[in-house]
Ligand binder design. Structure first.
Ligand SMILES: [Zn+2]
Length: 260
């Protein structure tokens, strides 16, 4: 069976508290060999690490989501920094910018995004970036970092930009990760962009428990569902699901330094 990696799942979410072992077993049965548990707060960072300690096929990130930055305690960032060098941690984030929800004042989002970019370079772990209705702002901040420090080791998670945005990120050294939105009926423009972007820098993810792919849209999302996004992406590139899995799994292992 083709081996896939779900590169972005919020396994510490409330919605998985009741049945995480069953969720992980379904992922394994679907060929999802490894999962990156992505943090959204300082407490979530510690929770993701605990999951990775207890499950050898799970890996953690540490970070504070832009929509949670406003509510973060003054000590939260120091906690994230302290956790970042643990061996179970394979990435920094998710961080980024969000103009959709406005849960955090924008200058504060920019401040936290800049801190994550610096931390990612300091601990040599890739940055996981959230971008919602803030493409130009994210690109502007990435370009400042790129011009000053060189190629950016990281991923645009749940990428929904156009081909030009994708190319701009690739040119700075980043990977692009596609989630369930790729399969949505109204996402023709995103599929068109995805078809144009080279597979050698592409990943797949679920962003569980949110945004299940078609045909499971509306249900709680979980890592096993990444097969639907991968199948969609394979179709767009005219490759077999096996070839797509092989390529994206190699990419994910390269980006996050996961064992084979
Ligand atoms: Zn996420």
């Amino acid at each position: 069976m083709a081996v896939l990696i779900d590169t972005h799942a919020h396994l510490d979410a409330e919605k998985f508290v009741g049945d995480l072992p069953a969720v992980l077993e379904r992922a394994r049965a679907a060929g999802v060999a490894q999962i990156v548990a992505v943090a959204t707060t300082a407490a979530s960072s510690a929770a993701c690490i605990a999951l990775a300690v207890n499950h050898p096929n799970l890996f953690a990130t540490v970070g504070i989501h832009p929509n949670h930055a406003a509510e973060a305690a003054p000590s939260a960032w120091d906690e994230v920094v302290a956790l970042a060098s643990q061996k179970e941690v394979v990435g920094v984030g998710e961080t980024g910018l969000d103009r959709h929800w406005n849960d955090t004042p924008f200058p504060q989002q920019e401040d936290y995004f800049a801190r994550h970019l610096e931390l990612s370079r300091r601990v040599h772990k890739p940055i996981v970036i959230h971008c919602r209705e803030a493409e130009a702002d994210v690109l502007r901040m990435l370009r400042v970092d790129f011009d000053r420090n060189g190629p950016i080791h990281g991923v645009m998670h749940s990428f929904v930009g156009d081909a030009a945005m994708g190319e701009a990120c690739l040119a700075m050294g980043m990977f692009l990760s596609f989630a369930g939105m790729l399969t949505y009926k109204n996402a023709a423009a995103l599929r068109e962009a995805a078809a144009q972007l080279p597979l050698d820098k592409v990943l797949v993810e679920t962003d569980s428990p949110y945004l299940s792919p078609v045909p499971l849209r509306g249900k709680r999302n979980e890592p096993a569902h990444v097969v639907h996004t991968a199948a969609c992406l394979a179709g767009l590139h005219g490759v077999t699901p096996e070839a797509l899995a092989e390529r994206t799994t190699r990419n994910a292992r390269e980006l996050f330094g996961l064992p084979t």
